[in-house]
Design a protein around this ligand. Structure first.
Ligand SMILES: [Zn+2]
Length: 91
């Protein structure tokens, strides 16, 4: 699932939650973290540097900043991704 994709004039960041159970920000070097809260902190650093980040990116990450979503991502890291398990808040 992507939270933001590169788009000129709209987004300088490309951020996803990947099937290995990590949040990823594509840049050099790639930034990865385990929780939406950590990715929100990371994005705010982009904003502070003047990078464009779509408003909905932070909105979606804040919606996923829940214990249930943290547990969901941890289960993917521990057990692998299973499409039969719904994303919390995204059923
Ligand atoms: Zn980044």
């Amino acid at each position: 699932m992507s939270y933001a994709r590169f788009k000129r004039g709209e987004s300088d960041v490309y951020i996803i939650a990947n099937v290995s159970g990590y949040f990823t920000c594509y840049e050099n070097p790639i930034f990865e973290c385990e929780t939406a809260a950590e990715m929100i902190e990371h994005i705010l650093e982009h904003v502070a540097r003047g990078n464009l980040v779509p408003a909905r990116t932070l909105t979606q990450l804040r919606e996923d900043d829940t214990p249930a979503f943290d547990e969901y991502m941890k289960s993917i890291r521990d057990n692998g991704w299973d499409e039969r398990i719904a994303r919390p808040g995204h059923e």
